[in-house]
Write a protein that binds this ligand. Structure first.
Ligand code: 2M8
Length: 443
């Protein structure tokens, strides 16, 4: 199937990245997100590499300047050129340099993580570079990536389960997803305990209903406050901390990122001793994901560590086994069925057969609110890449075509209303542009 794309799609995508380029970093979005976000930067680098390998490497280098001594890649590296009031929480709210000896001293960052798609990005950049340059890029990033993954496999998995624990909904990248509703509802913010704050995000969207509610925002900030008080030492506060979720989506991406890391290790001529360690991370991750697959519900579920309960809600995270890149025949069939069913791309009211972030069949589904229903173009890219990787090329091709058609019609928005096709959130979102560049180059 081929749906014609307007001829200027690639130029428009490149123009967005150029407009968001500060000269040092590419802002995640022009106004709503004026800094560098961790997984945005990696996706941006994948698209950017088609324009310039050097610029893509520079983007990753800028992000890795924010790496902590314990290996953590923070979810935001702050852009020193924008005023503090441009985004909340600003760097002062995290106060990482005072709170933690692990934080970098010369770069302002947040104190939490986002999904580890960075090794996947570096491997993608290497594929577009000549052999010598690819070896140099792999050699530059291999060590920092290994330490990042080691942090995730240790501080974020004290149970040695193969599953990453997130300690804040922002860490998942799907901030307001119903995956976190039950665990968040348990959290009460003690009166007067939260330093005062003013939200900045609502000024940049057409309607506050597109963003998280105030009550959830209070809880988000309370979790930040608890982490700050604990010096961002997740390993030390772990047992008492009130929000601990085994995130299957993040864990699956870590499996795939570890596979990419293994390839980079070879390219970088890394110590041979590293290889079995990375292989054991991959195996452990796959076993963890497999344990979260419920064969009766035909669903891969997050786990609430606090009360050891699975999270039973259909969101795009349920496709975690697909993202981990290796599926049994049964799981493959179940995933394809779920994908095509009314729960996801087969819903009759969809403007395009693209996966809503939360299934329209869930009672909490909301067509406009953050991660509770809208379609995310960058998630389409990730799922396209994943279907293609496991050999479901027809599903992947259809997904790519419809996703491009959606952007051609709606614009380069952060997310899209699934039924009307209206663009929501920020316009000129960098990772949406990057996805288009990669799709057009690989189609
Ligand atoms: C959104 O997250 C930020 C907080 O990190 C926000 O809502 O202010 C999420 O969609 C996240 O996945 C994304 O990385 C970020 C920037 O695009 O925006």
């Amino acid at each position: 199937m081929t749906i014609d794309q307007p001829p200027d799609m690639a130029a428009r995508a490149a123009g967005i990245l150029q407009a968001n380029d500060t000269g040092t970093i590419i802002k995640a979005a022009p106004n709503l997100y004026p800094h560098q976000w961790s997984w945005d930067a990696a996706f941006v680098a994948i698209g950017l590499a088609h324009l310039s390998v050097d610029r893509a490497v520079a983007e990753m280098r800028a992000l890795f300047r924010g790496q902590w001594r314990n290996g953590m890649i923070p979810h935001i590296v702050y852009n020193p050129d924008v005023p503090a009031e441009a985004y909340f929480p600003d760097a002062a709210r995290w106060d990482v340099a005072n709170a933690s000896p692990d934080a970098p001293v010369d770069v302002a960052t947040s104190g939490i993580i986002q999904p580890p798609v960075h090794a996947i990005a570096i491997a993608a950049i290497c594929r577009l570079a000549d052999d010598e340059r690819a070896r140099a890029i792999a050699t530059e990033f291999y060590g920092p990536l290994r330490e990042w993954h080691r942090y995730l496999m240790s501080a974020r998995d004290p149970e040695v389960s193969g599953l990453v624990t997130i300690v804040h909904p922002w860490e998942s990248g799907m901030d307001n997803s119903p995956r976190w509703d039950r665990a968040l509802a348990r959290i009460t913010v003690p009166d007067g305990a939260l330093p005062p704050f003013q939200r900045r995000d609502l000024a940049h969207v057409a309607d506050p209903a597109e963003r998280p509610s105030d009550a959830d925002y209070q809880r988000f900030l309370w979790l930040v406050e608890l982490l700050r008080r604990g010096g961002y030492r997740v390993d030390q506060v772990y047992d008492e901390y009130p929000f601990r979720m085994k995130d299957v989506f993040m864990s699956a991406l870590l499996v795939t990122a570890n596979e990419a890391l293994l390839r980079l290790a070879t390219l970088a001529s890394a110590e041979l001793d590293d290889l079995p360690i990375i292989e054991s991370w991959i195996d452990r991750g796959r076993e963890g994901i497999a344990r979260q697959w419920d064969a009766d519900r035909r669903l891969c579920m997050d786990l609430d560590v606090v009360d050891n309960a699975p999270v039973v809600v259909r969101t795009i995270a349920a496709f975690a086994p697909l993202l981990a890149g290796q599926v049994t025949v049964d799981v493959r069939h179940a995933l394809i069925e779920m994908w095509r069913s009314e729960a996801f791309t087969g819903h009759p009211d969809l403007r395009w057969p693209l996966p809503p972030s939360t299934s329209p069949l869930e009672p909490v589904f909301n067509t406009r609110r953050y991660w509770r229903g809208p379609v995310w173009p960058i998630m389409n890219w990730l799922l396209w890449w994943s279907w293609d990787r496991i050999g479901e090329v027809e599903i992947a091709a259809a997904l790519r075509e419809h996703a491009l058609a959606q952007i051609a019609t709606a614009g380069f928005f952060e997310y899209v209303e699934p039924f009307t096709g209206a663009g929501l959130g920020s316009d000129g979102q960098s990772w949406t542009a990057a996805a288009v560049l990669d799709w057009l180059a690989t189609g």
